[in-house]
Design a protein around this ligand. Structure first.
Ligand code: FE2
Length: 307
């Protein structure tokens, strides 16, 4: 796919986006999106059949709607005093167009949560191909429940063509970019990179251009895979998703598949790599099949504390 394959409205919006994030990134992203195979893989069909035959599909579908709220306190050496106690709501992998019932449950679960800003780490769409208007409609309904400050990155299920519509609906997307987050006279940096799993269009160097080395940087990355890059770049905290924690797990939460080459220690929950603190959400939605076993979906509240 290239710009000339887009509708005139999409083309105009993507050209404007290219002036911000670079026309090379737009061209590269669209080209790789065009290489995606729309046909479901045989392994996915076999998985669905296996779940039906084993009688686990009913329980797995109920689990999909049983969204947990998890709390993660994380201590950061460079956190300015004014941010001690600052809380980030982390929403990952909602795959919003899966069905309307899931959207209702997600909004119900968000009620009453207390947080200072919301970050979303990608995979808004159920399939990795096809239409995206349904996702934009669902995001619009979700937006009033996420507070004033919201920032997002795209995942491997998302098309770049969603970005203008997301931003028009109050979801600024960090495409290898960073923004300052201020609290009183103190500032931290929120950076976001594009998908490093499938599209490999992430550019952390570009995202951190102009950021002082001693800043407290929180990085949004759909997948935990670039954890080494993040640590080398001096990132303090990296928030990710993508893995679904396996989604369909053996008893004890042991994943069968993780959809990532990252080490197993990095595929769910809090982890650490040298000076980098990290957290990989198991996601609040589901993909491939609307089933979760031994791995309930989650929303995460990260409370930042000074080390
Ligand atoms: Fe993903």
């Amino acid at each position: 796919m290239q710009l000339s394959d887009c509708t005139p409205t999409e083309r105009e919006a993507l050209e404007a986006l290219g002036r911000r994030i670079g026309p090379e990134l737009v061209a590269q992203r669209l080209r790789r999106e065009g290489m995606r195979a729309p046909a479901p893989r045989l392994s996915h069909r076999l998985m669905r059949a296996g779940l039906r035959l084993s009688g686990l599909r009913g329980r797995g579908r109920r689990n999909v709607l049983d969204i947990q709220v998890r709390h993660n306190e994380v201590r950061l050496e460079r956190l300015p005093a004014g941010f001690d106690g600052f809380t980030l709501l982390h929403v990952s992998d909602p795959h919003l167009d899966m069905d309307a019932e899931f959207q209702r449950h997600l909004i119900e679960r968000l009620q009453g949560l207390v947080f200072d800003a919301c970050v979303l780490t990608g995979d808004f769409r159920f399939h990795g191909f096809g239409p995206y208007q349904g996702v934009l409609d669902a995001l619009q309904v979700l937006r009033p429940h996420l507070g004033e400050q919201v920032h997002a990155v795209l995942g491997n299920h998302d098309t770049l063509r969603m970005v203008p519509g997301m931003e028009a609906r109050g979801f600024p997307v960090l495409m290898n970019e960073s923004v300052p987050v201020r609290r009183g006279t103190d500032t931290i940096v929120l950076a976001g990179i594009d998908d490093a799993h499938y599209f490999r269009t992430h550019d952390l160097h570009r995202a951190l251009a102009g950021v002082q080395r001693d800043s407290c940087v929180v990085l949004l990355s759909h997948t935990p895979e670039p954890y080494r890059l993040a640590e080398h770049a001096g990132v303090q905290l990296m928030l990710s998703g993508h893995t679904h924690g396996g989604q369909i797990c053996l008893p004890g939460g042991i994943p069968v598949f993780t959809e990532t080459p990252a080490p197993r220690a990095f595929v769910r929950g809090a982890w650490r790599y040298r000076s980098l603190a990290g957290y990989t959400s198991v996601g609040c939605g589901s993909s491939v099949v609307d089933v979760r076993l031994n791995c309930l979906p989650e929303l995460t509240l990260h409370r930042l504390r000074r080390a």
